[in-house]
Write a protein that binds this ligand. Structure first.
Ligand code: SF4
Length: 205
């Protein structure tokens, strides 16, 4: 299957992909993405709906102690590290970037708790930058569809960037996440209703 044909089918399937995390500013998105590691977007939205009522800027977040923030985000899992990273990230935003989330991939990655995937998500989603964040869904789907044969997210990211025009990277990331979340699921993918069945490299038993 040619890449153009793949995009055409994907655009039919998921014409207007939307990020499922709720946010009103780049800072809120950044906090939500940190909380979303090993957690569902639905759970994160429940937690942030409460959290952001009072603590939706770096200054306000830093009014919370580590323990207080842990209590508020407890149900997202890994709450100790997530709270630590959110507080350190907020501190460095104030110290280095005047309290603003930088619109720059390299600068984003200098923040505590912000790895390449998180930086790519925030850059693409909040700033409409050209980036492909590779999470577990994007990695799985890219392997099954034969775009890559690797478990390394960075290699997968490079391969997708080489295969597709940079103008579609941000949209493609969201489409692959949603495709992996609802159709090409880790367990029991919905292959019978998949437009890519004939091209899929997945070993269907
Ligand atoms: S055929 Fe099945 S495994 Fe392959 S891409 Fe479609 S849903 Fe995923």
């Amino acid at each position: 299957m040619k890449n153009e044909e793949f995009l055409e089918k994907l655009n039919k399937l998921i014409p207007e992909p939307k990020c499922e995390l709720k946010y009103n500013s780049p800072y809120e998105l950044l906090v939500a993405v940190i909380l979303s590691a090993q957690c569902t977007d639905r759970r994160v939205n429940i937690v942030t709906e409460e959290l952001f009522k009072e603590f939706n800027t770096p200054e306000k977040m830093l009014k919370l102690s580590q323990e207080e923030l842990e209590e508020k985000i407890h149900s997202c899992g890994f709450y100790h590290n997530k709270a630590k990273n959110i507080l350190e990230m907020s501190k460095s935003l104030l110290e280095k970037f005047n309290g603003q989330v930088p619109n720059d991939l390299d600068k984003l990655q200098t923040l505590a708790g912000v790895g390449r995937k998180t930086a790519n998500v925030v850059f693409a989603e909040a700033f409409k930058g050209n980036a492909i964040a590779v999470d577990t869904h994007v990695l799985r789907v890219s392997n099954r569809l034969g775009f890559v044969k690797t478990e390394n997210p960075f290699i997968c990211e490079r391969a997708l960037m080489e295969n597709f025009d940079e103008k579609v990277w941000g949209k493609l990331h969201l489409q692959l996440v949603l495709f992996g979340r609802y159709i090409c699921k880790a367990q029991k993918p919905d292959c019978q209703n998949c437009l890519f069945l004939n091209d899929c490299k997945y070993n269907i038993e």
